[in-house]
Design a protein around this ligand. Structure first.
Ligand SMILES: Cc1cc2nc3c(=O)[nH]c(=O)nc-3n(C[C@H](O)[C@H](O)[C@H](O)COP(=O)(O)O)c2cc1C
Length: 206
């Protein structure tokens, strides 16, 4: 039986060279946040070549806000959080994605990303993109002291805790990622990324 030591360390230069020029799609990850979900998706729908990656919570929350997964699947590739290891992350190594977006990001996902945790599909995509130097854009939408948000049935006033606000600040120190805190800043960040890639918004919307 072969042991781990039989496999040995890869010799220098043995790793498959990545080719950033081949990267041609946006990986858009969605978490279980109802706050700014619709506004975020409206932007995602206008991007060229975008695939969605859902957390388990996103899968539950999306239909509550009028986005059944089957309907998203009619127009987009949708990857669900069905493995402990975040298997779809492998596509980052295959040079499929030039940008990873997390929008909207729950307080939970912001905290995990800020502390380098990666145990959901969105947090795995975010962490692995960072390790590969692929730019990330994360919409931390609970960054204000008072947040008015839409529950599936009504408007609600929330006061993010100090720990939530501190995590957003900490997140800003993570490499290869841009933290945005409003829909306008998210649109501007996407606009800038499209310009860097010599791409344009698509004319299609929801
Ligand atoms: C209808 C609904 C709306 C929610 N909206 C938010 C939200 O706006 N922000 C937030 O931080 N959590 C929100 N949550 C709670 C998250 O879904 C929950 O914390 C979940 O564990 C987050 O997992 P994720 O970060 O892996 O997606 C909401 C839950 C429900 C049921």
């Amino acid at each position: 039986m072969r042991s781990a030591s039989d496999v040995g360390a890869a010799p220098p230069g043995a790793a498959r060279a990545s080719d950033p020029a081949r990267r041609h799609r946006f990986a858009w990850t969605i978490t279980g946040s109802g706050h700014f979900l619709t506004e975020s998706l409206e932007l995602a729908f206008r991007l060229p070549e975008v695939d969605f990656f859902l957390s388990a919570a996103a899968e539950e929350v999306l239909p509550l806000y009028g986005y059944p997964i089957e309907r998203l699947r009619e127009r987009f590739r949708v990857f669900r959080d069905k493995s402990a290891s975040g298997r779809p992350v492998g596509m980052l190594y295959d040079d499929v994605y030039h940008t990873v977006v997390v929008a909207p990001a729950t307080s939970n996902t912001v905290a995990k990303c800020a502390y380098g945790l990666s145990d959901t599909l969105p947090t795995n995509m975010f962490a692995q993109a960072g390790k590969l130097g692929i730019p990330g854009i994360i919409f931390a939408c609970d960054g204000e002291p008072v947040v008015i948000t839409k529950s599936p049935s009504d408007w609600v006033e929330l006061r993010p805790r100090n720990i939530d606000l501190e995590n957003v600040e900490r997140l800003k120190r993570i490499d290869h990622c841009r933290v945005v805190e409003s829909v306008t800043s998210l649109e501007l960040a996407l606009d800038a990324r499209l310009a860097e890639l010599s791409l344009k918004w698509s004319t299609l919307s929801s």
